[in-house]
Design a protein around this ligand. Sequence first.
Ligand SMILES: Nc1ncnc2c1ncn2[C@@H]1O[C@H](COP(=O)(O)OP(=O)(O)O)[C@@H](O)[C@H]1O
Ligand SMILES: [Mg+2]
Length: 219
Amino acid sequence: MTSKRGVFLTFEGPEGSGKSTQLRLLVHRLRTAGRDVLDTAEPGGTPIGVQIRRVLLDAKNQDLSPTAELLLMFAARAQNVDQWILPALAEGRIVVCDRFTDSTLVYQGAARGLGADMVYDIDRIACRGLVPDLTLLIDVDTETGLGRARRRNQRTQEVETRIDEQCLEFHTKVHAAYRRLAEEEPNRIKLIDGNRTEAEVAADVWAIVETFLADKLAN
Ligand SMILES: Nc1ncnc2c1ncn2[C@@H]1O[C@H](COP(=O)(O)OP(=O)(O)O)[C@@H](O)[C@H]1O
Ligand SMILES: [Mg+2]
């Protein structure tokens, strides 16, 4: 990659940790500072990705098999990578994505039990080596996160229920798998305590991103 390549930032964390909230705040702050930002989300993002997302999150689709779920996640991701993310990075923009392959490692690889190897195999095809430069992993107590997500789902039209409604054991596995990832890749993945107020979490997010961008400019 050339030095003109943009920066690829991702948000990760369990349901209700505050990813989408913090992404909005960060994108607003970056744009206010004059940065050219593409914000996107997974599964979803592109118009085709949004159609795939509906299948993935529809509570009626209880029969969706773990392998089909995995391939649909990567189908949405491949579309996002090809149509939006790689072109934006080539133009030197900052791309901020709500979830990426780490989510698939955690949800399909660990919690559904498909294994990390299968996820990495398909990642090679779908993302062709694209790895986030920096990942903001927002950690939250399982009960707190699920409570927030449930209240949000009651309030909004968003169909975000099929995965939220898994049993507590599933969410506990998600939590543990995220913590393992953070331990394995401390340079890329920054763990942030999401049990605090939105403003406190946002201050940490901004401090980490600002330091990262300053270091990148210096190199
Ligand atoms: N730090 C926080 N404290 C309390 N509520 C929060 C906090 N961050 C987000 N929320 C609220 O909790 C819900 C879930 O947040 P959201 O950003 O959608 O989480 P995620 O995208 O990680 O699932 C939303 O209704 C949001 O307004
Ligand atoms: Mg969200």
